[in-house]
Design a protein around this ligand. Structure first.
Ligand code: GH3
Ligand code: MG
Ligand code: MG
Ligand code: MG
Length: 298
């Protein structure tokens, strides 16, 4: 597999592209475009790790292309470096305001181009890694609360636009304090990891998101799934746990790990906040607990 970073070089003059390509081709996978429109198309098809961008081009110039790249959710984090013969304050200000991260002068100096590209790619990799980590739960490796909150907001807005339902399943492990007391905290951690995998496998559609919502509480977000579909997923998780029979000798409910499940489903209304869905699922979960645990309520 090719692990090399990809760089898009944009310039209306092919010989300028060739000059840059000669400097970078041994270390990176390169793409080229000779117009802003073509570059934008390539970026959206497959976002590169970095863009080297000419300022003066017929049609969409470099500043405009940079603004577009920065305004698209798919490409807004891609670093853009301007390659320009014009180095007056006004141009540099415009470029930076358009979202560029850096400049290199024309005619280019190969060592400087290599160094700047390498530095910005390294920063980008670090930022990507931090971003990824900030949306993962450290214990289980599944999505965390932050990822869930963002996904719920997105699903809610999309559902309101398209008139399609959003369903939410909240799951709380039964008698988990007793589990920790009996099996030790390490045993509890192992159990949470195993449960995360089991739940994520049951809510397995591409748009589904299973997250660790809090301590021993999990959430499955099911965009585009109605109440009936959510019920099926909820039951399948309860059934899978009954089949798996992770031992819980201290549970008054069963000899194995069980969960209480609350489900809510709505066709989002922009007048309503997604918090109403959460509150409904939480109320259903409370009912499942009060009704004896190891069960599902809607
Ligand atoms: P209920 O059936 O009413 O849900 O009872 P419960 O004991 O599960 O509920 P409670 O909220 O009293 O206890 C939750 C327990 O989950 C207590 C806490 O120590 C444990 N817990 C939360 N996060 C973690 C974790 O990351 N690892 C481990 N091992 N335990 C955790
Ligand atoms: Mg030009
Ligand atoms: Mg709890
Ligand atoms: Mg619990």
């Amino acid at each position: 597999m090719d692990e090399r970073a990809t760089i898009l070089i944009v310039d209306d003059i092919p010989s300028n592209i060739q000059t840059l390509a000669a400097v970078l081709k041994d270390d990176y996978t390169l793409y080229f475009a000779t117009s802003g429109a073509k570059a934008l198309e390539l970026c959206l098809q497959r976002p590169p790790d970095l863009v080297l961008l000419d300022v003066m081009m017929p049609g969409m110039d470099g500043f405009e292309l940079c603004r577009r790249i920065k305004s698209e959710p798919l490409t807004c984090d891609v670093p853009v470096i301007f390659v320009t013969a014009r180095s007056d304050v006004e141009d540099e200000t415009l470029g930076l305001e358009a979202g560029a991260i850096d400049f290199v002068g024309k005619p280019i100096s190969p060592p400087i181009v290599r160094a700047r590209v390498r530095n910005h790619l390294q920063l980008k990799r670090q930022a990507d890694m931090l971003r990824k980590l900030s949306f993962r739960d450290g214990l289980t490796g599944i999505a965390n609360r932050r990822a869930f909150d963002e996904a719920l907001d997105r699903a809610w807005r999309r559902g309101a636009r398209t008139g399609t339902p959003v369903s939410l399943i909240l799951l709380d492990v039964d008698h988990f304090k007793a589990y920790n007391d009996f099996y030790g905290h390490q045993g509890g951690d192992d159990c949470l990891r195993e449960m995360a995998q089991l739940m994520a496998a049951r809510a397995g559609r591409p748009d589904d998101l299973t997250a660790r919502y809090g301590g021993e509480e999990f959430a499955c977000l099911l965009p585009g799934t109605d109440a009936e579909g959510a019920l099926t997923v909820g039951h399948s998780i309860i059934d899978a746990l009954a089949e798996r029979r992770l031992p819980h000798a201290a549970s008054p409910t069963a000899g194995w790990i069980t969960v209480s499940v609350g489900i809510a489903s709505r066709v989002p209304d922009t007048a309503d906040a997604p918090a109403t869905l959460l509150a409904a699922a939480d109320a259903a979960l409370y009912q499942a607990k009060a009704g004896g645990r190891n069960r599902l309520c809607v």
